[in-house]
Design a protein around this ligand. Sequence first.
Ligand SMILES: Cc1cc2nc3c(=O)[nH]c(=O)nc-3n(C[C@H](O)[C@H](O)[C@H](O)COP(=O)(O)O)c2cc1C
Length: 210
Amino acid sequence: MRPTGVAGGERHSYGRGPDRYITSQLYYRKMPAKKRSFPLRNVYGLLEPGPVVLVSTARDGRPNVMAMSWQTMIDFEPPIFGCVISNRNYTFDTLTATGQCGINIPTADMAAKVVACGNCSGRKVDKFAKLGLTPMPASQIEAPLVAECYANLECKVIDTTLADKYCFFILEVLKAWIDPARKRPRTIHHLGKGVFAVDGRTIKLPSKMK
Ligand SMILES: Cc1cc2nc3c(=O)[nH]c(=O)nc-3n(C[C@H](O)[C@H](O)[C@H](O)COP(=O)(O)O)c2cc1C
């Protein structure tokens, strides 16, 4: 029997009789006129995963820092997250060699420096010196932290299974630092092609998410 659905003018139900075959195709026979096709290359801006951060690394006594926005939390405690660091970046080589990095969370006032960290490579430039950033010693790792950032995470790589295929590293946060004087830090979020949203208003709702 042909399944029927809301678009056919009948009540629908799940899991009973032929109606269980209902798919979204039956609800929406046509794409609503106001929708437009969106370039796949720009989808990453829709799914922006969090604040733009600075990844700090060091190798052979040379500190480096790069901008990154493709990171995702994986677990609460110990905090574990994954991130994509392209193998074209000097940071990929350093992270692969040392297995550790700082994740530094900048605020909107640092936006120009953050973008500059993403526009040149530590292979050629001492970005700390060029951009007036201050390397700060960490407690658990050799890599430096960025003093100007309002929060700093000391991280070690715990899984490189997907590094070859997707440049995806899984890291554990060993130690976290925050500047308690900065109550409402306004982070920056990359929407694509140099456009950033600045974190703003917060709302509190009865969410079950811890
Ligand atoms: C806002 C922004 C976000 C970025 N996000 C990432 C990212 O998530 N992963 C990545 O590999 N590169 C990312 N980049 C690019 C690197 O920061 C850039 O290639 C940088 O020059 C690498 O520096 P390095 O060669 O010193 O490691 C981003 C750049 C900007 C400006």
